[in-house]
Write a protein that binds this ligand. Structure first.
Ligand code: NAP
Length: 323
């Protein structure tokens, strides 16, 4: 089978499509025929060697994917609710998802409703898990509260908007391209602003009648955190989801509103927590509250282009690789 392999950390040229041995499930394992693999910013950080993860080289990148169950280890027969031929989405794997096949544990597979395409299925795990944790576990956002999704046009931002809409939050979403802003509007944001334009911070203040927002889900904290502090209502919460460097902040702003800055890193999610979140996600997919948006499908051979695009282009949904 074909798999993208990384022999050492480095640039996008390290993403090489290779012929590798077909996967055989060991005890307790399942092989999924991958129909689509999700590309996340973290895949690029790991490839570049900027992420605290010990790697066995060569490795196949990718945490997210979707496909069809191909093989189930005999010891699992009759013990799990998964069968050969089932459509599933992948939430991490043992072998990496940028490949024609992925080796998974049963706890890493969730049912993919028939109306959700494989490409959409590959756009679920990291974005929706992150959005759920940011809004509900970290910020404890409440119906009627103002939620600013600071970077709403990408994978996590769109997932945030869909959860927010289902819970009755009042939302402001930002994006810097026309396509991204259009998408944010379609996803149900009450107000859409452009984070690349001067004056948008004042607009946020005006929208909330100078009261400020209750929650900020922040995708680029190294750029925005100091400004975010000034946008908060009393007892406001900022969830730092993304940050690509340091920033200086004035802690007096935290004191003034008794506000909180909360960090989030999915590496810390325990199996039980993941199971509960995915149960909520599957339910949201089934009742059509959640509907992943795909910006671009690229063949597996274009993994390098996918990594460049996700880091350099304006977002309007997810990029997925098709084996
Ligand atoms: P993505 O699909 O590439 O989207 C990136 C988002 O950031 C876009 O909405 C983009 O908007 C926005 N953005 C760019 N410049 C911005 C600015 N100056 N202010 C506010 N937003 C800005 O990435 P993603 O999957 O949604 O992830 C978003 C970030 O969270 C990434 O940095 C990622 O590494 C991180 N993340 C962290 C975790 C965790 O466990 N902590 C999990 C998932 C993701 P435009 O393109 O419209 O400008």
């Amino acid at each position: 089978m074909k798999a993208v392999q990384v022999a050492k950390t480095g640039g996008t040229e390290e993403l090489q499509l290779k012929e590798v041995a077909t996967l055989i499930p060991d005890q307790g394992q399942i092989v999924v025929q991958v129909k689509a693999a999700g590309v996340n910013p973290v895949d690029t950080y790991i490839r570049a060697g900027h992420y605290p993860l010990s790697l066995d080289f060569p490795y196949t990148p990718g945490f997210d994917g979707a496909g069809i169950i191909k093989l189930i280890a005999p010891d699992l027969h009759g013990k799990i609710n998964l069968n050969i031929g089932d459509r599933v989405y992948i939430a991490r794997s043992l072998s990496g998802t940028y490949a024609e096949e992925a080796l998974c544990l049963p706890s890493q597979l969730y049912p993919l409703p028939d109306h959700i395409t494989f490409a959409q299925g590959a756009a679920i795990n990291i974005p929706y898990m992150t959005a759920y944790r940011a809004l509900f576990h970290k910020a404890n956002a409440l119906p009627g509260e103002w939620v600013l999704i600071h970077g709403a046009s990408g994978g996590v931002g769109i997932a945030c908007l869909q959860f927010a809409r289902s819970r009755g939050f009042k939302t402001i979403g930002t994006a810097s391209s026309i396509e991204g802003q259009q998408l944010v509007k379609e996803m149900g944001a009450h107000f859409v602003l452009d984070h690349s334009q001067d004056g948008y911070l004042e607009e946020i203040s005006n929208i909330t009648q100078k009261r400020g927002v209750d929650v900020i889900v922040e995708m680029l904290a190294n750029k925005n955190l100091q400004n975010d502090l000034a946008l908060l209502a009393p007892k406001g919460r900022i969830v730092v989801v993304g940050s690509r460097g340091p920033i200086e902040i004035n802690p007096r702003l935290l004191m003034a509103q008794e506000s909180s800055i909360l960090g989030l890193l999915n590496i810390h999610v325990l199996e039980e927590e993941a199971f509960r979140i995915h149960t909520a996600i599957v339910s949201g997919l089934q009742n059509r509250i959640l509907n992943p948006v795909i910006a671009r499908e690229l063949p597996l051979s274009k993994a390098a282009e996918a990594h460049t695009t996700i880091m350099e282009s304006k977002a309007h949904g997810k990029i997925v690789l098709i084996p």
